[in-house]
Design a protein around this ligand. Structure first.
Ligand SMILES: CC(=O)SCCNC(=O)CCNC(=O)[C@H](O)C(C)(C)COP(=O)(O)OP(=O)(O)OC[C@H]1O[C@@H](n2cnc3c(N)ncnc32)[C@H](O)[C@@H]1OP(=O)(O)O
Ligand SMILES: O=CC(=O)O
Ligand SMILES: [Mg+2]
Length: 528
């Protein structure tokens, strides 16, 4: 099947039946316009990340910006939100395949964040089929027959929010004037073009989640993109609403500024804890003083995570914006009631803490978690849809608290093996086109896997990368463990390209250079 493409655009992805309904000449022309208008700025902002990294590597430490002190001190609020975004006690998230989409919409959650990002491997087919699924779901025509089960949408479904890819990712199958299009612009542009008017007519949307930003200038780029997109499509300015994930340590110092940049389009902030931990490791990876304990010991009650969560909450409510909690990686455990009860208690504790702090809602990974999470928010909110009015004058978070990276211990052989095992398993699944998998009874996606692989890299290099029995973590220690953990994974029924994944994992952990994102070399490597 061939497509009619706008001038200057080429598409190398296979055009399967039905893809032409999404890749229409008009929608592609809209994407090309956004690309031509904003690609220069995206590249400048990506270059600014590289410069900032060099300064951090040389010992600079982030702080609240002097140049934007007036914004932090100012008395302003974000624009009022539509009714459809007032109640977000439980938000379920998940990748864009048809079964997940239907199950998430029907899950009983208030909201559903559909994910072209952390939980989705950006295979060309996943991206376009995901757009097809969402367009059909919005029009209430999405159905599926699978494994003898019939899936269709309930009368009452969750409010949709869409997470496009972050600024660092390209869509390699689509070139405009010989340049790759930004993955985020591609996902956002196609979704908005096909669905904005339909969603407005139905009373909810278009709403987005924006990932992995590192500065308020990156938020300004999204805002400018929204303004142009609304103009081009004849949508009233301010129609688009977006929640920003604060999931980098640098963005934590610019929460007010990010809300301010997006104030006509803001739907608040979300505490994206997994990428946040990864970002801390990445940004301070060469600091010989910095070294976090093994993954399982770094939690929302660790000092730097607690400071970040409270600052996010306080900032949002001061600005009249929702504060949404992140996701525990715990998921229901089948066939083991005891372990399952412990996992459920973990979810309960997580949501209870967020709700009691003042958060308006939080994310869950699985439909089986909607009810327990909802119970904790209902216990605090009662009949109210949110607690935006809850201010936290008692909270005063300093730079030092945001940078108080405890705990540093323990690092055990089991923790090292765990990181290697999860890293290989996740990479293997991703290369096979699956961006979210259960591993050792936890949800693993691109963000959680980043922690695993970056810890191994850092422990090899940091003088503090020492096991609790006194052995220094080294490349020579890691290499045989890679082989052993690979063998364990291959002995399970798990599906993935594990041999290749183990090679990539070993190279990424032992190479001198640190790969900025796991998904960048993987995307180039992948056959999709
Ligand atoms: C760091 C971050 O970015 S967090 C946000 C990104 N991560 C996510 O969104 C996590 C999404 N969650 C998932 O992908 C899955 O829950 C997994 C991979 C963790 C576990 O999946 P599974 O092993 O298939 O779970 P399980 O077998 O218990 O699923 C039971 C049912 O629930 C469905 N289900 C599970 N998770 C979800 C979900 N998030 N949304 C919708 N449906 C879901 C399954 O499709 C299955 O449906 P079926 O009974 O009709 O066949
Ligand atoms: O996207 C969420 C995160 O925790 O990372
Ligand atoms: Mg994330």
């Amino acid at each position: 099947m061939s497509l009619k493409l706008p001038q200057g655009m080429t598409i190398s992805g296979a055009i399967q039946p039905g893809f032409d309904a999404i890749l229409t000449p008009e929608a592609l022309a809209f994407v090309a316009d956004l690309h031509r208008t904003f690609e220069g700025r995206r590249q400048e902002l990506l270059a600014a990340r590289v410069e900032r990294t060099a300064r951090l590597d040389a010992g600079e430490r982030p702080d609240f910006l002097a140049s934007t002190a007036h914004i932090r001190a100012g008395d302003w609020k974000v624009a009022p939100l539509p009714e459809a975004l007032a109640c977000r006690r439980v938000e379920i998230t998940g990748p864009v395949d048809a079964k997940m989409v239907i199950n998430a919409f029907n899950s009983g959650a208030d909201s559903y964040m559909t994910d072209f990002e952390d939980s989705n491997a950006p295979k060309w087919e996943n991206q376009i089929q995901g757009q097809i699924n969402l367009a059909a779901a919005i029009r209430r025509t999405l159905t599926l027959e699978s494994n003898g089960k019939s899936y269709k949408l309930n009368d009452r479904i969750a409010t949709l929010q869409v997470r496009p890819r972050g600024w660092h990712l390209d869509e390699k199958h689509v070139l405009v004037d010989g340049q790759r299009v930004s993955g985020g612009i591609f996902d956002f542009g196609l979704f908005l073009f096909h669905n904005a008017k339909e969603q407005i007519a139905r009373g909810a949307g278009p709403f987005f989640y924006l990932p992995k930003m590192e500065s308020h200038l990156e938020a300004r780029l999204w805002n400018d993109l929204f303004v142009r997109a609304q103009d081009k499509l004849g949508l009233p300015q301010g129609t688009i609403k977006a929640t920003v994930l604060i999931e980098t340590i640098l963005a934590a110092f610019e929460m007010d500024e990010i809300l301010y940049e997006l104030r006509e389009h803001s739907a608040g902030l979300n505490a994206g804890r997994w990428d946040y931990i990864f970002s801390c490791i990445k940004k301070f990876k060469v600091d010989t003083d910095f070294c976090l304990a093994e993954r399982s010991k770094v939690t929302m009650t660790s000092p730097f995570m607690r400071a970040y969560a409270l600052l996010l909450l306080k900032t949002c409510h001061k600005r009249g914006a929702p504060a949404i909690g992140g996701m525990s990686a715990l998921i229901p455990i089948k066939n083991d009631p005891e372990k399952n009860a412990i996992a459920m208690q973990g979810i309960i504790n997580d949501k209870k803490r967020d709700a009691t702090d003042g958060y308006d809602g939080g994310w869950v990974a699985h439909p089986g978690l909607v009810e327990p999470a909802m119970k904790e928010f209902l216990a605090v909110l009662g009949d109210k849809p949110n607690q935006w009015e809850k201010q936290r004058p008692d909270v005063a978070v300093t730079s030092a608290q945001l940078l108080d990276f405890q705990p540093e211990t323990p690092i055990t052989e089991a923790g090292l093996r765990y990181n290697i095992n999860v890293g290989i398993h996740y990479l293997g699944a991703w290369l096979a086109g699956n961006g979210c998998v259960p591993i050792h009874n936890l949800m693993e996606d691109a963000a959680t896997a980043e922690i695993s692989r970056s810890q191994v890299w850092q422990w090899i290099r940091s003088p503090k990368g020492v096991l609790d029995d006194g052995r220094k973590v080294t490349a020579a220690m890691v290499r045989p463990l890679v082989a052993e953990e690979l063998a364990k994974i291959k002995a399970t029924p798990a599906v993935g390209e594990f041999d290749r994944a183990a090679q990539i994992f070993e190279k990424m952990s032992t190479d001198e250079a640190f790969a900025e994102f796991l998904t960048l070399p993987l995307y180039e490597e992948s056959t999709f």
